[in-house]
Design a binder for this molecule. Sequence first.
Ligand code: F6R
Length: 251
Amino acid sequence: LERLNCNVFPNAPAAARKVADDIATLIRDRAEKGKSCVLGLATGSTPVGIYAELVRLHKEEGLSFANVVTFNLDEYYPMQPNELQSYVRFMHEHLFDHIDIPAENVHIPDGTVPADQVAEYCQKYEEKIAEVGGIDIQLLGIGRTGHIGFNEPGSDETSRTRLITLDTVTRTDAASDFFGAENVPRRAITMGVGTILNAWKIYILAFGENKAQIVARTVEGEQHPGVPATYLQQHRNVEMLLDPAAATELT
Ligand code: F6R
């Protein structure tokens, strides 16, 4: 059993600043060498502070995203990009509309692909990640089910980008965004656990008491498809950033 590398920060904004600073350092380092920087991005409440800090670094400190390529983890299925709850919309509102990233460098799973073409679409998403040399930095939140991306319980370490069925707990947690659990899509497209584990560096963040129990299981539990986040224990370059409330169940 290998314990995940965890750091407890005084509060969520402090953790967000640390991750944003690391991202900015890599972007600048690559830009100096004339190279690109590939980021794997998450949505939800957890990374919002990171995106706010990256926008600030762009506006106030001249950080350019001209050499940045991004791949988002997931999108509800089906989902139109202009819908209120779409992750395309989320990413534009929190990050892409406020920085100088070239539009063609942004990749977010497409919730409009016809059902009979989803498998092929997902394979192409994997190929695009491979074509740019893989993900340098992957950001993750964690769901109360232990999902990373939308890899719900049952997802193993070899899983790749695919269509999945969302867990009831996840749909309950998303209910307020959709004005009722019955309106939450039943499925999503997500990068796989295996896709995530291929990243060079992984940051997983969790804030608040609601995450304390799943954080403890992720850090201290045995690797098991029942808690897909436990597979992060096998990655050699992963850092978990917590606020004090999310760390309360750790031994
Ligand atoms: C979102 C994603 C999910 C979220 C997780 C936590 O792109 O992949 O795994 O990171 O559901 O969501 P929040 O941050 O809203 O608690």
